[in-house]
Design a protein around this ligand. Structure first.
Ligand code: ATP
Ligand code: FE
Length: 370
């Protein structure tokens, strides 16, 4: 089986070609056009601008990817494309192109849920049997799920406000980190991770633990973000920093902010693991796995911190290679392969597949966890 995957749900135009290799996948081509720099300059993603870039890039991305793979469309069994959730204007560009390919080359179309694709990516390179726990931390989501099968998910908890990646991006921008040449071109989350790693002083800034009194698995990052913003304003005043200048203690600030986010995530993860073992959602037997996925999973500090909690409950932790944690076409192609393995004749009716901007993930157990 060989599947071509297209991802345009947000600001990256990603294409990937993956070939089935037993229970895993072999990447035979990948191409990514990122709009990171453009959106950092505008201070956030502006949907029509994101759409224009996708439209400009999609044809070149697909063609370059096929060229690099040294295969022809004849050898491709299906086209997988993200159709939910995401920015409608961006999704539309990828979906339209995927339909065009399916018509032109008579291929089946496989519509993909973006968060399901994130949750399954680590299985491309590693043997991770179902069911497993998955922490999805990205630019638009924070969800704790049990992955029971290729299209069977149980949602234990999610963010009631911001996503962690969003909090990192906003605080990095508020700190003006990316004005410093060494952080130029990095995502907000990556910039904060690098700055934090340069700090040597002990903890300086205190952040309260969100939702500390609740025994569910819900997340909240808006409070941490607001606290951070207030603190930055105070430090700017105290240090009389100029409008384009970064506060002197930015490294310590980043380390403590990152630490606070990691602590909150760890706290919820622990509750999720306890609940899942208690309810038998994850067997008490030998194989217990935690997959950390989404763009923020590339953060070593957060990944290690989650792995420590998981290890305490005998879980082994996994994540995809860093470049595959953030949005890419490979994860969409891999999800296509997984769907075809579980249902070989799967094909969607081209007329019936549309973009869906908001789309929950699996069956919600949120009320039960509380
Ligand atoms: P979603 O998947 O929820 O729709 P998205 O697709 O925009 O959102 P991803 O591409 O999965 O998000 O992840 C992008 C996010 O990951 C950005 O917010 C970015 O700051 C964050 N990120 C990337 N690298 C790191 C890192 N090393 N540490 C923390 N955050 C990171
Ligand atoms: Fe994503």
């Amino acid at each position: 089986l060989t599947v071509l995957g297209i991802e345009t749900s947000c600001d990256d135009t990603g294409v990937g070609i993956v070939k089935q290799d037993g229970t895993r996948g072999k990447i035979i081509g990948e191409q990514l056009f990122s709009q990171q720099n453009i959106h950092t300059r505008f201070g956030g993603i502006i949907p029509p601008i994101a759409k224009d870039h996708h439209r400009e890039n999609i044809d070149r991305a697909v063609k370059t990817c096929i060229e690099k793979s040294q295969i022809t469309m004849d050898e491709i069994d299906a086209v997988a494309v993200t159709n939910r959730p995401g920015l409608p204007m961006s999704l539309e560009i990828g979906l339209r192109y995927a339909k065009y390919l399916c018509r032109k080359f008579s291929k089946p179309l496989i519509p993909i849920h973006h968060m399901e694709a994130h949750a399954l990516t680590a299985r491309l390179g590693e043997n991770i049997p179902f069911p497993y726990m998955c922490l999805l931390i990205s630019g638009g989501h924070c969800q704790l799920v049990i992955v029971k099968g290729v299209d069977k998910f149980y949602l234990l908890g999610e963010s009631i406000d911001d996503a962690p990646g969003e909090a990192f991006d906003k605080i990095a921008r508020r700190l003006k980190l990316q004005n410093l040449p060494e952080f130029d071109g990095m995502s907000g989350g990556r910039a904060i991770e690098v700055a934090a790693s340069q700090s040597e002083d002990p903890t300086k800034f205190d952040f309260p633990l969100p939702l500390a009194r609740y025994r569910d698995c819900q997340f909240s990052f808006a409070g941490l973000k607001n606290n951070a913003q207030r603190l930055i304003s105070k430090l700017e005043q105290e240090n009389e920093t100029r409008p384009d200048e970064v506060i002197p203690a930015y490294r310590e600030f980043c380390r403590d902010f990152l630490g606070a986010i990691a602590k909150h995530i760890r706290h919820r993860l622990q509750r999720g693991i306890e609940y899942s073992l208690q309810e038998g959602l994850i067997s008490k037997g030998d194989v217990r796995s935690l997959v950390v996925a989404g763009g923020v999973a590339a953060n070593d500090f957060i990944f290690r911190s989650c792995s420590e909690v998981a290890k305490h409950f005998n879980f082994e932790s996994f994540r995809a290679p860093k470049r595959l944690c953030a949005d890419n076409g490979v994860m969409i192609a891999w999800n296509g392969i997984e769907k075809l393995i579980s249902e070989p004749t799967f094909s969607a009716n081209l007329e019936e597949v549309n973009v869906i901007n908001k789309c929950s993930l699996g069956e919600s157990l949120i009320d039960k966890v509380a």
